[in-house]
Design a protein around this ligand. Structure first.
Ligand SMILES: [Zn+2]
Length: 60
């Protein structure tokens, strides 16, 4: 069984609930996120020094 639970706050992708398991995450602020965006967000919050790079392209 698969139910549409909502849309990802970041990429607008449909997030489903499958057999009672939510196929995504809800952030502290109540945003529904797909797994991909939730994973990305987790990585970003783990790397606090990246918080000031929003207007730049990271050149390596
Ligand atoms: Zn997403």
């Amino acid at each position: 069984m698969m139910e549409l639970a909502g849309h990802c706050f970041h990429c607008q992708k449909e997030v489903f609930c499958m057999n009672g398991f939510f196929q995504g995450e809800v952030s502290d602020s109540g945003e529904t996120l797909c797994f991909i965006c939730a994973e990305k967000k987790e990585k970003e919050s783990n790397d606090e020094t990246a918080s000031n790079s929003e207007d730049g392209i990271n050149l390596r």
